[in-house]
Design a protein around this ligand. Structure first.
Ligand code: 5RP
Length: 232
């Protein structure tokens, strides 16, 4: 989908931002548009303070002179604006293709409202078409991976559980110095149970299922931007 659609969704989210707000800034190509647009507003005198969900977003925001803080200093955030890899009809999400799922989840959980911005290619009836990222500790990778595989199989995962690598073949390392396993489900029939079982594994740091966290999504398609809401 085009950058123009992502930018349209980002522009809609910007209309929800008011002067003086404390904001969470997401990660990825769609969130990047939001940060660019926010930067233009800040350059024109708009006041806000933001917590980035990745080093990449922090660098972008700093280059645009967007004031940054952290969750040690700020108690709560008003809104977090972030992208997603999949969005189901209840606004449950898969996130983490950009590797930032841990900070994204921490920041979203510290926010009164999470708004997702996306193009319509991210809409699905059932989560799982996109591989589920699972962030794991480096220590004990083999044992953690075998347990993750067993849990994923028990939840109907017929595909691979693959260690994420970079273009040059090295293990992909997150901002928190962890690794990522991508689980190719195809379909996740019981996301709550899967979430609980994954979080029960000692070496699992977090996973990319964002359940009951997103209340609003702006989804851009060639015929306009739709607002989706959830009362979860
Ligand atoms: O979860 C994420 C990063 O960890 C991203 O928000 C997600 O991958 C969507 O990215 P994009 O807007 O580039 O499609």
């Amino acid at each position: 989908m085009s950058e123009e659609l992502k930018r349209q969704a980002a522009a809609m989210a910007l209309t929800q931002v008011q002067s003086g707000m404390q904001l969470g800034l997401g990660t990825g190509s769609t969130a990047r548009h939001f940060v660019d647009l926010l930067g233009e507003k800040v350059a024109a005198g708009f006041e806000c303070i933001c917590v980035p969900t990745s080093e990449a977003t922090a660098r972008q925001a700093e280059s645009l002179n967007i004031p940054l803080s952290d969750l040690d200093t700020l108690d709560r955030l008003d809104i977090t604006i972030d992208g997603a890899d999949e969005i189901d009809p209840q606004l449950n999400l898969i996130k983490g293709a950009g590797g930032a799922l841990l900070r994204e989840k921490i920041v979203a959980a510290a926010s009164d409202l999470m708004i997702v911005i996306a193009d319509s290619s991210k809409l699905v009836e059932t989560l799982g078409r996109f591989p589920l990222p699972i962030e794991v500790n480096r220590f004990g990778l083999g044992a953690t991976r075998r347990t993750v595989e067993a849990v994923c199989r028990a939840h109907g995962c017929a595909g691979e559980v693959r260690l994420r690598t970079t273009a040059t073949g090295e293990s992909y390392v997150t901002d928190g110095d962890h690794l990522i396993l991508d689980a190719f489900f195809g379909r996740i029939s019981q996301p709550e149970a899967l979430s609980a079982d994954l979080l029960d594994i000692a070496g699992v740091v977090q996973h990319g299922l964002f359940l009951n966290m997103c209340k609003k999504a702006y989804v851009a398609a060639p015929d306009g931007v739709r607002t989706l809401s959830s009362d979860n």
